[in-house]
Ligand binder design. Structure first.
Ligand code: 5GP
Length: 134
C-alpha cells in the first residue's frame, strides 16, 4: 500500500507544495515546529534514508539544498536547520526548519497554523524557489 507521503506526492492527498520535480517533492509539514517547516521526500518509497541508493540520496540532498536556499531568502531566520527522524512516517523525508535559536528545533513543540498562513508561506517559498531555479 502506498505511504501517506506517496499519496501526497501523487496529489491524492492535499498538501502545501513548495517545490517538486519528477523525482522529489517538498511540502509544508502539517504540524510545523516553526512556521515554514518543510519536508523533502523522494517520490520513490524507501523507509529509511540510509537505504536510498547513492544517486537517490545525493539527489534528495541536492533538492533539500535548493529548497533551503529559497526558504532562507523569504523566511525570517538565521539559518535553515536540518533533521532526519522518520519515526512517525516510514517514507524517507528531510525536515528543513527556519531557525534563529537552538530551541527553534524542538520536535516536542508542534504548531497548528491557520490554513491561510500555511498557503501564504508555501506560496512565498515556492515563488522564490521558482525564481532561483528558473
Ligand atoms: P517523523 O517521521 O520524521 O518522525 O515525522 C513525520 C512528520 O510528518 C511530522 O513532523 C508530522 O507533522 C508530518 N506529517 C505527518 N503526516 C502528515 C501529513 O499527512 N501531511 C503533512 N504535510 N505532514 C505530515
Amino acid at each position: 500500500m502506498a505511504s501517506i507521503f506517496s499519496k501526497i506526492a501523487a496529489g491524492e492527498i492535499p498538501s502545501y507544495r513548495v517545490a517538486s520535480d519528477d523525482r522529489y517533492y517538498a511540502f509544508l509539514d502539517i504540524n510545523p515546529v516553526a512556521p515554514g517547516h518543510v519536508l523533502v521526500i523522494p517520490r520513490k518509497e524507501v523507509s529509511y534514508i540510509f537505504d536510498l541508493d547513492n544517486e537517490d540520496y545525493i539527489g534528495l540532498q541536492m533538492m533539500a539544498k535548493r529548497v533551503a536556499k529559497a526558504m532562507k531568502a523569504v523566511m525570517p531566520c538565521e539559518r535553515i536547520g536540518v533533521a532526519v527522524i522518520g519515526l512517525e512516517v516510514p517514507h524517507t523525508h528531510i525536515h528543513l526548519i527556519p531557525i534563529t535559536n537552538e530551541g527553534d528545533m524542538n520536535f516536542a513543540n508542534k504548531l497548528s497554523l491557520d490554513p491561510k498562513e500555511m498557503e501564504e508561506i508555501a506560496a512565498r517559498i515556492s515563488a522564490e524557489y521558482d525564481r532561483q531555479n528558473a
